[in-house]
Design a protein around this ligand. Structure first.
Ligand SMILES: Cc1ncc(COP(=O)(O)O)c(C=O)c1O
Length: 403
């Protein structure tokens, strides 16, 4: 019997690999200095770790450009705001989808209301899939950027980022990918898919802590600085340096957070090596094996949950079914019970941790018709979900459905 059965990995992953906890603790103790500022040995070593993390993340995401373009911020929301704010001008047109998280919806709404940016919201089908052709049709001569959520944090629907990237690349628009629900879960090939800006958060599938995220800015893409200040380089200049990463990073870094991402990257590579990657595999190749294994493991859990929930009278599942392109996050409702009530009962009576509600994605619930039920009950298994968790989740939903 566990204290908690954790199914809230779409909000943040728990636990992290042991190596992440250990390295964060050790590095923060031994190198908890201000990197890139002072020239002493500890500061140089801390900076070296940061540079290495940029390189590892770039390779992980299939980005062959300058590792300085792999930038850090406090989370995906921070970087999405910075990307859009640094690209859009009054009179521009922005394309987003109705599957977006508020991390995209709200900035888009504010640009539309306050800064004369026109926004097109491309719809999705009943399974949560966006038709790439609808994206194509929405692009106009003044479209500055197309933003898509790679996988829905409500239904798990995985969009065809490759197809969308290819068609956006045929236009002058930039392709921005919100990878929050896919980074560390499915392989992402930034260069191959024509992604101009990849926004990531560190605390979900990338297995870092909260407080770290960022964006990778493709070669040739220019983003105005979101804020300006100290960088530790070229201090005599009255203005923010033009070069990346300084253009997008100012003030002291979240060193423990970057250390967490660093350790997690090495953990992915080791996992890949224990799942078929040759010893001499590059970081990207080794991580590719890890991601194939992670995706297979998580999908198997999602398929079991879907099968069990679909068989229960009074339980409705939303979004893609087994075999369709998806990540493991799934949503259900039980009869006409409000989602928050189900969430509370799952927690209080069965120690099952889920997330009920709109999941910061209100448009998705309009598409699903679940606004009046206060959203959905989201089960988000993760790589560390085990048999006991699965049994408990199924038994708990069975119990509530039969009550
Ligand atoms: C699809 C999606 N985009 C963006 C975010 C925002 O991530 P963060 O809160 O780490 O900025 C989330 C987090 O829930 C998400 O699921």
């Amino acid at each position: 019997m566990k204290d908690h059965y954790y199914f809230d990995n779409a909000a943040t992953t728990l636990p992290k690999p042991e190596a992440v906890y250990q390295f964060m603790d050790q590095f923060f103790r031994s190198h908890g200095v201000n990197p890139g500022r002072s020239g002493h040995e500890l500061a140089v070593e801390a900076e070296t770790m940061i540079v290495q993390t940029r390189r590892l993340l770039g390779q992980f995401f299939g980005f062959a450009g300058d590792p300085g373009r792999v930038t850090f911020s406090q989370n995906a929301t921070d970087s999405m705001n910075a990307a859009l704010g640094g690209i859009l001008n009054p009179g521009d047109h922005l394309v987003i989808t109705r599957m977006e998280h508020n991390c995209v919806l709200r900035p888009a709404n504010h640009f539309e209301r306050d800064q004369d940016v026109e926004v097109t919201r491309v719809t999705a089908d009943g399974q949560g899939y966006v038709d790439p052709d609808e994206i194509r049709k929405s692009i106009k001569p003044n479209t500055k950027a197309v933003v898509i959520n790679h996988a829905s944090n409500v239904t798990g629907s995985l969009q065809d980022a490759f197809a969308i990237g290819k068609l956006v690349n045929e236009t002058d628009a930039l392709f921005i990918l919100d990878s929050c629900q896919t980074a560390g879960v499915v392989p992402i090939a930034m260069d191959e898919w024509g992604v101009d800006v990849l926004v990531y958060t560190g605390h979900k599938g990338l297995f870092g802590p909260m407080g770290i995220g960022g964006m990778i800015v493709g070669e040739g893409v220019e983003i105005r600085p979101p804020r300006v200040g100290g960088t530790g380089v070229n201090s005599i200049s009255p203005f923010q340096p033009d070069e990346y990463p300084y253009r997008l990073e100012t003030g002291t870094h979240c060193l423990p957070g970057i250390a967490g991402l660093n350790a997690a990257q090495k953990w992915f590579a080791e996992l890949g090596k224990s799942h078929g990657a040759p010893d001499d595999a590059t970081h990207q190749q080794a991580c590719g094996f890890a991601l194939a294994h992670i995706h297979e493991t998580e999908s198997a859990v999602a398929n079991r949950l879907l099968e069990a929930f679909n068989a229960l009278e009074g339980v409705k599942t939303y979004g893609p079914q087994a075999g369709q392109p998806r990540v493991s996050t799934l949503s259900i409702n039980i009869r006409d019970l409000p989602a928050d009530q189900v969430g509370t009962m799952l927690d209080a009576d069965h120690a099952v941790c889920v997330r009920p509600g709109l999941h910061c994605a209100p448009d998705v619930h309009e598409l699903l018709g679940t606004v009046s039920q206060k959203g959905t009950v989201r089960f988000a298994p993760g790589y560390f979900t085990d048999e006991e968790d699965i049994h408990q989740a199924i038994a708990a939903v069975e119990d509530l459905a039969s009550a």
